[in-house]
Design a protein around this ligand. Structure first.
Ligand SMILES: NC(=O)c1ccc[n+]([C@@H]2O[C@H](COP(=O)([O-])OP(=O)(O)OC[C@H]3O[C@@H](n4cnc5c(N)ncnc54)[C@H](O)[C@@H]3O)[C@@H](O)[C@H]2O)c1
Length: 247
């Protein structure tokens, strides 16, 4: 009689990769996974990841940089969780978006997660790991004056749902969170680049105008940690919005 392979969960600490871990939502998320005892790699272009998180320099918009970073993170032979948090924002009138700006936003916000998932997939398969992407409310509902950003985040939302279906036979889950306004440096940056003469007929659709106080980065981090946990084992292809009901 042949013995069945063990289905007992690994007792090793989970290996978690968080992009954008030097600031805002990524920083909070990396710290939460660390506090759970995971081995956490923080990928970013800046080194200011939380204490106890291993910094790996990575430009998520560059294939060679992504491949090199994932190779470092795969030292344990597996990746349990990939959290694609790194992102850049764009605001301004549509007719003023340059090719370079369109490409910059799409390289980081859409092609970055695509390349990270491709690089991490063999290591996610090694432990039936899972993926959480940080999209945006702008990836679910129209966002005037941020068309390049909304197009990239809309692409990330559909990437999440489509890939979730493709990987579901393997048990690899893919989910996304769609934050509204979160209290991070990205928001103060938006305030400096927002056009001053917005058309009042559409300006009330701006995400900056969500009801209530801004969301704390750790509130989004808690949701990422939950979606990545065994407690969410039946959840895949889910797009979890933090929009105060606007969507
Ligand atoms: N703050 C919000 O209101 C809000 C709302 C919706 C969605 N989001 C999304 O949340 C994510 C995190 O944003 P945040 O608010 O924490 O912003 P943040 O600016 O505080 O953090 C973004 C992090 O991404 C890193 N980063 C930028 N370009 C990179 C690159 N090419 N390679 C590697 N790292 C790079 C930055 O260095 C920074 O550490 C982004 O994807 C953003 O689009 C934020």
């Amino acid at each position: 009689m042949t013995s069945e392979p063990s289905t007992a969960p690994s007792t090793e600490p989970r290996v978690v990769v968080v992009t954008g871990a030097a600031s805002g939502i990524g920083h909070a998320t990396a710290a939460l996974f660390r506090d759970q005892g995971a081995t956490v790699y923080g990928l970013d272009i800046q080194p200011t990841v939380p204490e106890g998180v291993q910094y790996v320099e990575c430009n998520v918009g560059d294939r060679a940089s992504v491949d090199a970073a994932i190779e470092v993170c795969a030292a344990h032979g597996r990746i349990d969780v990939l959290a694609n948090v790194a992102g850049v924002v764009q605001f301004g009138r549509f007719d003023q978006i340059s090719d370079a700006e369109w490409d910059r936003v799409h390289a980081v916000d859409l092609k970055g997660p695509f390349m990270l998932i491709q690089a991490a997939l063999p290591h996610l398969r090694a432990c039936t790991g899972n993926i959480v992407n940080v999209s945006s409310v702008a990836g679910r509902i129209p966002q005037p004056y941020a068309v390049a950003y909304a197009a990239a985040k809309g692409g990330l939302t559909q990437l999440t749902k489509s890939l979730a279906l493709e990987l579901s036979p393997e048990g690899i889950r893919v989910n996304a969170v769609c934050p509204g306004t979160v209290d991070t440096p990205i928001v103060s940056h938006v305030a400096t680049i927002m056009p001053s003469d917005l058309d009042p007929r559409v300006s009330d659709r701006l995400l900056m105008m969500l009801p209530g106080p801004a969301i704390a980065p750790a509130e989004i981090g808690e949701a990422i940690v939950y979606l990545a946990s065994p407690a969410a084992r039946m959840i895949t292809g889910e797009i979890l919005a933090f929009d105060g009901g606007m969507g």
